[in-house]
Write a protein that binds this ligand. Structure first.
Ligand SMILES: [Fe+2]
Length: 508
């Protein structure tokens, strides 16, 4: 039976006294450790960059050129994550306390016997292993929570930004490239880090690596500072000598692979470790489904937009006086939602709901719909059926499920005298309350069959008077603030053939 043993710890001993170095090295090597030696602080520091997996530094306190305490300080300043054991020949208790305060794991007074050294080393390494196990667990839990949070994002742009900022926060790379698969193959979807911006050849190199990882579905960790040539197959080394470590992971879902991600670090930072690579792999696998969902959602949205537009045009073909109304209501509603800080998903609902809010008018007789004078009570009762008719029409389309409340409740009033249900205040769905404000505003600021557009000061008075009765008062206040901004007129410049895209509205 083959047993996979844990790799034995790697230790660096620093002492200017050759005989002590020899004794310690022999004993520790015999105990199964991988042992490196340095004769002074500066050469120890130089060695550190070639020993990324180092677990422990055992250093003498008093040495020429750099003391053990100085070496310890440098280590803790980011040169290494190894633990530190200090040997002190003339050690007063103060020096020992100082070394512990600076972050040493323990100290060993000289002279010592070897069994004492081994005991200390084993104890420090045991504590280190426990600490790392805990850290690993915390990291994995954190990464899983992150990917969980990402699964709630359906908009590709914000998902990509969130993904990249999480990668940045958790792996601290100097360069990141995210590749996603589309109809034309694997494409570089996002890139961060000046390393890549300034070196197009490096971009090509990274793309080859991203493609290989995507194809083979195997993560890679490439350490260029390590001895021996790295496994780079056809790519050769990266065309940037400052890069010291690279890791890449594929992004598989149950059905297919959606892409891959490549991270780079340069000489300023310690190399990526095996643990980093494992974490990236878990993270990439868990976020892959979020990217797939966002892609499908985007596809569905594009498809729906066509259907939505044709529906809206059908209404406007009948109701000649409201041409452009729905599109403007959609844009206003999205604008107000944006101002309120609503999610992209809610903004999508407002946009779609805005375009389709009067879809039920398809079922209202033309004579009522296009009557140039005031409606009679009976006619008005018929007209009041349009929210219900709208809901009935859209109910047949599964993907419109979320906008039905907007359609059905857009004529409710917060004082409970609206229709069709007479709901009050918070009983009315929030998005419907938003739509109600901008729907009325748009109607008043546009020409109608029986009247010209009302001037802004009249519209303001009507809205303010109805605040708290017809409309939610703070929504009126915020909307008026927006509508009175000088650049608001840009929002009104809507091409009634429906050429304004949702993205233009959200990004405006
Ligand atoms: Fe309506």
């Amino acid at each position: 039976m083959v047993v996979n043993e844990e790799p034995k710890a790697s230790i660096l001993i620093v002492d200017d006294e050759q005989s002590l170095l020899d004794i310690c090295k022999e004993a520790l090597t015999e105990a199964g450790f991988t042992v490196h030696v340095a004769h002074d602080g500066p050469s120890a520091l130089r060695m550190l960059s070639h020993l990324p997996g180092l677990d422990l530094v055992i250093s003498d306190l008093r040495m020429p050129t750099m003391s053990g305490l100085e070496l310890l300080k440098k280590l803790k300043d980011g040169h290494s994550e190894a633990d530190f054991l200090i040997m002190t020949g003339f050690g007063s208790i103060e020096t020992a306390v100082e070394s512990i305060r600076l972050g040493a794991a323990d100290y060993l007074p000289k002279p010592f016997n070897i069994s004492h050294l081994l005991l200390k080393v084993e104890r420090i390494l045991q504590i280190r292993r426990n600490r790392e196990d805990r850290k690993k667990l915390t990291n994995i839990v954190r990464v899983l929570n992150l990917s969980q949070a990402m699964n709630t994002k359906l908009d590709m742009k914000s998902l990509t930004n969130e993904f990249l900022s999480q990668v940045q926060k958790n792996f601290n790379p100097d360069g990141v490239v995210l590749f996603l698969q589309d109809n034309e193959g694997l494409q570089s979807k996002a890139m961060r880090g000046s390393l890549l911006r300034n070196n197009p050849q490096l971009g090509t190199w990274v793309k080859l690596l991203g493609e290989r990882v995507f194809r083979q579905q195997l993560p890679e960790l490439i350490l260029l500072s390590k001895k021996g040539p790295p496994q780079l197959s056809t790519e050769g080394p990266p065309p940037d000598a400052s890069i010291t470590s690279i890791m890449a992971a594929a992004m598989p879902t149950r059905m297919k692979s959606v892409g891959s991600i490549v991270l780079l670090r340069n000489t300023d930072k310690p190399d990526f470790t095996r643990e980093h690579s494992q974490l990236l792999n878990v993270f990439a696998a868990h976020t892959a489904s979020a990217f797939e969902n966002a892609r499908l959602y985007g596809q569905l949205w594009d498809m729906n937009l066509e259907v939505i537009r044709s529906f809206a045009q059908a209404v406007e073909a009948k109701d000649v006086y409201t041409r452009g109304h729905s599109e403007r209501v959609a844009i206003y509603a999205t604008h107000l939602g944006n101002r309120l800080g609503l999610s992209k998903e809610d903004l999508h609902l407002l946009y779609t709901g805005g375009i389709l809010h009067d879809i039920g008018k398809i079922g209202i007789p033309d004579v009522i719909l296009n009557k140039p004078s005031k409606l009679t009570t009976e006619e008005f009762t018929v007209m009041q059926r349009h929210p219900e008719l709208g809901r009935a029409i859209l109910n047949q389309v599964t993907s419109f499920g979320n906008i039905l409340p907007i359609i059905f409740y857009h004529h409710e009033r917060v004082d409970g005298t609206g229709y069709p249900m007479g709901l009050q205040q918070e009983e009315i769905p929030f998005l419907a309350r938003i739509l109600s404000v901008v729907d009325s505003f748009e109607a008043m600021t546009s020409d109608r069959a029986y009247r010209k557009a009302l001037p802004m000061n009249v519209v303001r008075d009507i809205l303010q008077e109805g605040a708290g009765q017809q409309w939610q008062d703070d929504l009126v206040k915020i909307w008026l603030e927006e509508a009175e901004k000088p650049d608001f007129k840009n929002l009104r410049q809507v091409n009634v053939t429906g050429h304004v895209e949702f993205q233009d509205v959200v990004d405006a």
